[in-house]
Structure formats: structure tokens, C-alpha cells
Ligand binder design. Sequence first.
Ligand code: URA
Length: 215
Amino acid sequence: MREEIAKYLKTRTELEGGLYLEGEIENGFKRVLMTLEEYGRQISGCMKCDLGKTRKNFVFGKGDPKSKIVFIGEAPGADEDAQGIPFVGRAGKLLDEILRDHNFKTEEVYICNILKCRPPGNRDPLPDEIASCEPYLIRQLEMIKPKMIVALGRIAAQTLLRNNTPIGKMRGNTYLYNEIPFFVIYHPAAILRNPNWRKDVDQDMMKIRRFFDVN
Ligand code: URA
């Protein structure tokens, strides 16, 4: 029991940057009520995996920290690494266009990635990188408390759902990720390579929009 409590406290300390505070008293415990932005700053020096050595910038997330909807991509690319902001390159521009077409303002959604640092040469994330980084995403989602999540592309969907299902079979379905309704659409970079998939994304986004409107 003692070991379990020690392990739990170690994990929380890692996740919350080791800060316990004065101020708000919740259930008898003094605890930091950090904003999402502060949390991002707190973990931005992360060196839990080797990507910490090669990144230019830690890419935490962008958008409304209280959004009802969170879009999750795979990992930052070169443009995102250079600017420290997710989805600012070509795929990001297309994501902006898709959002606009379905009446989402970029500032009313929240956008982030599974990995917060760029894998060199944009290779797929490695299992140990995902294992190091996913707790940050989980904490991020705990703080945002979205009503729905949209995975952008196969890697994000398979990683979070822990399956090997082809994306063509996942899109169109509704799943749960830690009790949160979870949708899957093709990654905007995949649409740039295969413009035929845009109509599928539009079809999926209409369903996502309807769910957003009633939740
Ligand atoms: N692709 C992603 O998955 N994430 C980004 O931030 C940019 C491109």
C-alpha cells in the first residue's frame, strides 16, 4: 500500500511539475490550481525521452483551454517544431480550412498532439516516446474536460485506442477514450496526398459538428 501511494505521488509530482501549494484548499488538501498554460510551461523542459535532445521547441497545444472539443494529431513537424505551435504548416492550414468549413472557429477548439516534440525526419513515434508523453496528454485532457475528442489520423487513433485497426475501418465510428466520446478522421496531411479522402472527412465532420451542437 505504502509503495502504491509513493508511486502515485511520484507520478503526480512528475505530471504537475512537483508543485503543491498554498491557496485553494480542495478536500482538505492544499493543491496547486494551475492553468493549462502554466502546466504547459512547467513540463516544457521535459527530457523524459531522446526527443528532448533534438527538438527546437516543446509543442504543447493551442486554442481554448476550456473547449468542448479537442483535436489530437500525431507529433509536431518541422514548422511546428520551429514555432512551438501545433498544426501551423501545410497540414495545419488544411485543418484550419476544414474547421472553417464546418463552422468551427480555430480559437474555440483545442488542438494538440500525442507527442509534444518532433521525431527527427518526421518518423512515426516510438513506443517509449508515446509511453513518456501520453501522461501529459491525459493531464491536459483532465484540465480541459472536453465533451469530445477527434483523433487526426491513424497513429493518433491507434495509439489512443490501443488497437491496430485500419483507419478506413475506424472513421465513421464513435469510440470512448477515458470515458470521452472519441471520433477518428483522416489526417490533413493524408488528404494532401490523397484529395479523394476530403469527402470522407467532410462526412465525418458533419457528424462531429452535430454531436458538438447537442453536447
Ligand atoms: N502533423 C501532426 O500530427 N501534428 C502537427 O502538429 C503537425 C502536423
